[in-house]
Design a protein. Structure first.
Length: 364
């Protein structure tokens, strides 16, 4: 058993084609880590997991009224105790309520807690009392952005020495380079808060005027499937009503989604919820896209002045921004160049920051 034990949320499907942002981050950090031979990743038992030599799959519990996440955490603790690891590091991702259970079962564990989403919306970190307990009982608490860290600190008067921002890191899946095409793309889950409908309402106004450009929607409601919802069917139906230069791909694998972004001149990320990080924005920057996005949550930390950042995003602002980039080649190319120049949200940078934190905790 490894000294570093990574606990995924049970819902995560740690596979190549179904990985979400948490799994993407854990995989990327593992591949760049200096501690590969010391890491075990605990998650839902699944066929063909990534990093299978370092993955410990736990089957869904059949015990009534026992939560899947609690069962997974207890199985991890049992394995650690069985092998008598004296001071294990346990990294909990996005499930703060599991800390009390883990501390009871593995008393000498050194805990790193990772927040990928708003702490004020999670069981185990909503109240001031919850968050003070986390600070007292964790070796470190990590946040994917300053926005998420600041949410944690709301109404809290506490020592922040244990709190760290570790931005997610991204990398290109393939080294194959793709030439840019006259393509404007939305990549994301087909849910209201990601704003695909706003993009398509702008496309309605533009697709006939700019027939030499293609407009594309890439995504599905649930990762790895093309399951239908009222919203996703509304998006699909809207695309089918438009011209031949408007396309809907449905679900694409992570690698194929990146390929589309590498070919796209412009990427639109019209989120209407507070993005905890903005992984698609970072991926679009790495792929050299000119990006139009909303000033929601942590997105401004990622994009800064390297794209068009819209306050109070709406169809009118998206339409005018798209026209600006379509018609102004030099501005579009300038944003593309700035996005890739000195790109800091790399998997290597993220893994190095995490490894440095692990080293510090090992020495405590």
């Amino acid at each position: 058993m490894s000294q570093i034990n990574v606990l995924l949320p049970f819902k995560e499907k740690f596979t190549k084609n179904m990985k979400s942002s948490v799994s993407i981050t854990v995989e990327a950090n593992f591949k760049e880590s200096i501690f590969k031979n010391k890491i075990t990743i605990f998650g839902q038992n699944i066929n063909n997991p990534m990093l299978k030599d370092n993955f410990f799959g736990v089957k869904k519990t059949t015990i009534p009224f026992v939560s899947k996440n609690v069962h997974l955490a207890k199985r991890m603790c049992d394995e650690i105790n069985r092998l008598n690891i004296e001071y294990p590091i346990i990294e909990i991702h996005n499930r703060p309520f599991l800390l009390k259970i883990i501390k009871k079962k593995v008393k000498k564990a050194k805990i790193i807690l990772f927040f990928h989403n708003d702490p004020l919306e999670m069981k185990g970190s909503k109240s001031i009392k919850d968050r003070l307990y986390l600070i007292s009982n964790c070796s470190s608490i990590c946040f994917v952005s300053n926005y998420i860290k600041n949410q944690f600190l709301i109404d809290l008067n506490a020592n922040t020495e244990k709190l760290h921002v570790l931005y997610n890191g991204v990398s290109l899946v393939s080294n194959i380079k793709h030439k840019k095409e006259k393509l404007i793309t939305f990549v994301g889950r087909l849910v209201q808060e990601k704003g695909a409908h706003l993009f398509l309402e702008a496309v309605i106004k533009l697709h006939k005027k700019y027939k030499d450009w293609d407009f594309m929607v890439v995504g599905s409601t649930y990762l790895g499937t093309n399951s239908k919802t009222i919203y996703s069917e509304k998006i699909r139906a809207l695309v089918l009503k438009l011209g031949s230069n408007v396309k809907f791909t449905g679900y694409l694998s992570y690698q194929k989604s990146q390929t589309v972004m590498q070919k796209s001149e412009i990427l639109i990320v019209p989120s209407i919820w507070n993005e905890p990080f903005g992984l698609v924005v970072a991926e679009g920057m790495l792929c050299g896209c000119a990006i139009i996005t909303s000033n929601k949550g942590a997105i401004s930390e990622i994009i800064k002045d390297k794209g068009i950042l819209l306050d109070n995003i709406d169809v009118k602002k998206i339409t005018s921004s798209l026209e600006l980039l379509i018609n102004n080649n030099s501005l579009r190319q300038s944003f593309q160049k700035k996005a890739k120049d000195k790109f800091k949200f790399t998997a290597n940078n993220s893994a190095r920051a995490l490894d440095n934190l692990r080293k510090k905790i090992m020495m405590e």
